[in-house]
Write a protein that binds this ligand. Structure first.
Ligand code: FAD
Ligand code: NAI
Length: 466
């Protein structure tokens, strides 16, 4: 049977694309080489990491914050097996949810590795070795990304782990050496620190979370240090000796120089992810990749080969689940002649540590580099009533607005629940709001988002509570 659309990969990009296409009346099928739907995000990414972040945060609170709120409980005991089970349940529930949605939308599913034989022809090789060829008008590639490997450091997912192994460690390491102070290093480093590990983070650059606003990066680093993480910045790990009982990592200054040895039980390699296109037959099909191995697409997600489209981590842009989802919706709409579109200026990013770190739009350094004049309004959570009541006063909200038009260009939040608060900023930016629009919107009291309103007032130097 010929399909209108075959989507290869069922991560947040692929399954969302398939559902939107089915809603729009396209006869749709998905091909997935994993035994479960949901891709990196649901199986080994967003969902399991957030389950562990949630559980470990409560574990830490039970140990350190309950007493001061008058809750007397014995020192919490860690049952790691049960905590990992809690995480597995979260994965299972979400994965089954996708299965239900695909069925509900009458989308056919094929389990096996997809390979493009030609435009309109996808071969699926099942785990039993049997192959079948499916015919379709359009193909969307949504095969996602994989862990970036470090030369000379072999990931065994037991002692030298990627994020995948770090989600299933059977014991809390005494000392975990994290390579890379990006999102994964800080989130999973936080999980294992809260459960009792000593954490040392080696970062190539001179600060954590490259790409984010400079003030946010500096504040985040200070807070993580206060929590007990150690950072070795401007440094790189060049080798890990696995011969002994403990691992011995060779750490050198990034620019080269005298090396030192750091011993650890577990090394987490979190130095980024790379697009995944293995076995797809792209070379034979003539689909072009860029110098970083990403599938090249135009503004409408079309590759250079007619009938073949691509979305999500496998193309350029931030490797984020919601970016992949929005691209999935957009390409499905484009396929039926609608005006699907993604606004890359308004893609929020959240680091789910405690406090959370969230941003949307441009940071100060980016605005300066682009020569855009802006006004900054900042409000600290130490001056927010709800944050004070909760005794969670770390962090601030910063709003950057165009100096002439007052249009919001970027919002940056360090603070408890920053990930939820950034949604308000994203909507404001999507609708072209000025800082004054946020400032004049009534915000419920006492809530943390009042700090967003105050930061907007601060753009015009008229914050009330500061
Ligand atoms: P993927 O989710 O990678 O899915 C691709 C799918 O394609 C996979 O199921 C794969 O098996 C399948 N596939 C590949 N090749 C073939 C083939 N030839 N045939 C058939 N199937 C194939 N992002 C966030 O926004 N928020 C978070 O909190 C977050 N946390 C993360 C935590 C971790 C530890 C990691 C690793 C990532 C996290 N991410 C997070 C990033 C997020 O997971 C990705 O951006 C997202 O999954 C990309 O979606 P995708 O659909 O492009 O690809
Ligand atoms: P990342 O790109 O966020 O961070 C990698 C870090 O490693 C950078 O700080 C980089 O400078 C550093 N680095 C690179 N090479 C190095 C080396 N040789 N030695 C020392 N440091 C080195 O990548 P990460 O954390 O692996 O995450 C991958 C992707 O997954 C991210 O791009 C992110 O988009 C996504 N993700 C998103 C999450 C979220 O939205 N909350 C959570 C986890 C992952």
């Amino acid at each position: 049977m010929a399909y209108d659309l075959i989507v290869i990969g069922t991560g947040p990009g692929g399954y969302v694309c398939a559902i939107r296409a089915a809603q729009l009346g396209l006869k749709t099928a998905v091909v997935e080489k994993n035994p479960t739907f949901g891709g990196t995000c649901l199986n080994i990414g967003c969902i399991p990491s957030k389950a562990l972040l949630h559980a470990s945060e409560l574990f830490e609170e039970a140990g350190h914050s309950f007493a001061k709120m008058g809750i007397g409980v014995p020192a919490p005991k860690l049952d790691l097996k049960a905590m990992l089970g809690f995480k597995d349940q979260a994965v299972d529930g979400n994965v089954k949810g996708v299965e239900f949605l695909l069925k509900k939308n009458k989308i056919d599913s094929f389990f096996g590795a997809g390979r493009i034989l030609a435009p309109g022809k996808v071969e699926v090789k099942g785990n039993d070795g049997k192959t079948q060829t499916l015919e379709t008008k359009s193909i969307v590639i949504a095969t996602g990304s994989d862990v970036a490997k470090l030369r000379g450091i072999d990931i065994d997912e037991k002692r030298i782990v990627s994020s995948t192994g770090a989600l299933t460690l059977p014991e809390v390491p005494k000392h975990m050496l994290v390579i890379g102070a990006g999102v994964i290093g800080l989130e999973l480093g936080s999980v294992w620190r809260r459960l009792g590990a000593k954490i040392t983070v080696v970062e190539f650059l001179d600060g954590v979370l490259p790409g984010m606003d400079g003030e946010v990066r500096r504040q985040a680093q200070r807070l993580f240090e206060k929590q007990g993480m150690t950072f070795k910045l401007s440094s790189k790990v060049t080798a890990v000796d696995t011969s002994g009982k403990t691992l011995k990592a060779t750490v050198e200054p990034a620019k080269g120089g005298a090396a030192e040895t750091i011993e650890a039980d577990v090394v987490l390699v979190s130095t980024g992810r790379v697009p995944y296109t293995e076995g797809l037959g792209l070379k034979e099909a003539g689909v072009k990749l860029d110098e970083r191995g990403r599938i090249i697409t135009d503004h409408y997600f079309a590759t250079n080969v007619p009938g073949i489209w691509a979305i999500g981590d496998v193309i350029a842009g931030p490797m984020l689940a919601h970016k992949a989802e929005d691209e999935g919706v957009a390409v499905a709409e484009i396929l039926v002649g609608q005006a699907g579109h993604v606004n890359y200026d308004v893609i929020p990013a959240v680091v789910y540590t405690m406090p959370e770190i969230a941003s949307v739009g441009k940071g100060e350094e980016e605005l300066k580099a682009a020569g855009i004049a802006y006004n900054a309004g900042k409000f600290p959570f130490t001056a927010n009533g709800r944050a004070k009541a909760n005794q969670q006063t770390d962090g601030f909200v910063k709003i950057l607005a165009d100096a002439k038009s007052d249009r919001v260009l970027g919002v940056h939040i360090v603070g408890s629940d920053a990930g939820n608060m950034i949604a308000e900023a994203a909507i404001a930016m999507e609708m072209g709001a000025a800082a004054e629009d946020i400032a004049r919107t009534c915000h419920a009291h006492p809530t943390l988002p009042e700090a967003v309103k105050e930061a907007a007032l601060a753009v015009a130097k008229r914050a009330i509570h500061m």
